[in-house]
Design a binder for this molecule. Structure first.
Ligand SMILES: [Zn+2]
Length: 384
């Protein structure tokens, strides 16, 4: 297999780079690439990291998958790209300086075709498109490594699979089943994507995992490995074990997935989805009363909002069953601000009608109450 300047044949590991654009200052923007090709045939798994430039625990996981002995033990091909956002990494920031917004919202969505738009795509979208086309050409599955807020608990985001014009319900169920095997093998708590309306409002369908899954039917998911900006050793270990477990589940490594000793336990025994809240209507200084991993139910006090002199203005309570994934970053809250990232009880389906498709009237648009997607946090609040 060849990708950029990397070229591996059976039993080889090859390092190189993929040029994605020419910079105005005369050098090239290069994404580091490694291909490990096993002695035996098998699937091709892509592992990407740090599309958010400060999410370096994910980058460390990607780097540490690449051992010299890997090709000998591997069946199939592992493609690793430890940094999808050099322009963010160079300045220790989540975003690239191309437009200074979230680079993980510029993957294809199948609708806003560049040639039909009034404004042509700019640099970040062009970079993403070049990368995306390379992934789609060879990927049978993908793991896109991220981190979330400071002090957050490792988890992974499992997206729902849409059916409609691109695939029928049975095919969508097949993708969901493949995804289920992968996320269970990884071995950190599984959290389903935000409720559908929220997912759409946030434009999460244009993140990498959703684009691959929703458009191409490639099983892809997003581990969130704790805090951004520093490599967390425990979470790095959980990530390496997790990806190797996915490779075992795909038959790329021998043996069954092993217990992920570095990963936290599931705090609750019911399915959960992402949720950002509760929110405060009273602005002030935030004193959280709960932390990552704590179980909450409706009425559980989760934070006090105090004045600058420390007088309590109000106590904010949880509105859902679930657990705390992390506290929102920032010492102050304005009116309407969310205070926590939660995993809350989720009773929705994992295979859903595609948004806006009207092929069969009975499943229309509005029932997809908890559709999905993937990707991570929409803004800098929790890193994601
Ligand atoms: Zn991220």
């Amino acid at each position: 297999m060849e990708l950029g300047t990397a070229s591996a044949t059976r039993g080889e590991l090859s390092r190189g780079h993929l040029t994605v654009t020419e910079l105005p200052t005369g050098t090239e923007e290069r994404l580091p690439v490694c291909i490990a090709q096993g002695e035996e045939a098998g699937p091709t798994l892509w592992v990407t990291a740090s599309v958010h430039g400060d999410e370096i625990t994910g980058m460390a996981v990607a780097q540490d998958l690449l051992t010299d002995s890997l090709p000998e033990e591997l069946s199939g091909t592992l493609v690793v790209m430890p940094n999808l956002n050099p322009a963010g990494l160079r300045r220790n920031a989540r975003t690239s300086y191309y437009g200074d917004d979230d680079p993980n919202r510029y993957f294809p969505d199948g609708e806003h075709k560049p040639e039909e738009r009034a404004r042509p795509p700019e640099i970040q979208e062009r970079i993403n498109r070049r990368l995306y086309d390379e992934i789609v050409e060879t990927a049978d599955a993908a793991v896109n490594l991220h981190t979330a807020g400071i002090g957050s608990r490792p988890f992974l985001i499992r997206g729902r699979v849409p059916y409609g014009d691109r695939r029928d319900e049975e095919a969508a169920q097949g993708v969901a089943d493949e995804l289920e095997d992968m996320v269970q093998a990884f071995g950190v708590p599984v959290v389903n994507q935000y409720a559908q309306e929220e997912y759409e409002e946030l434009g999460l369908n244009r993140a990498l995992s959703p684009a691959l899954r929703d458009l191409e039917g490639i099983p892809a998911f997003t581990p969130e490995l704790g805090s951004h900006s520093v490599v967390d050793e425990l979470n790095r270990r959980a990530g390496v074990t997790g990806v190797r477990n996915v490779m075992r589940s795909l038959g790329m490594l021998s043996g069954e997935p092993e217990p992920n000793e570095a990963a936290p336990e599931e705090p609750v025994q019911f399915p959960v989805r992402r949720h950002r809240g509760p929110r405060t209507e009273t602005p002030g200084i935030v004193r959280h009363l709960v932390d990552a991993g704590d179980v909450v139910e409706p009425g559980t006090p989760v934070a006090e909002i105090v004045t600058p002199l420390g007088a309590v203005k109000t106590t904010v309570k949880a509105e859902h069953d679930g657990y705390v994934v992390g506290r929102m970053e920032g010492g102050v809250a304005y009116e309407g601000d969310p205070l926590l990232s939660l995993a809350v009880r989720d009773e929705s389906e994992l295979v859903v009608p595609a948004d806006g498709e009207n092929g069969d009237a009975e499943s229309g648009d509005d029932e997809s109450g908890d559709g999905e997607g993937d990707g991570e946090n929409s803004d800098g609040e929790t890193g994601g």
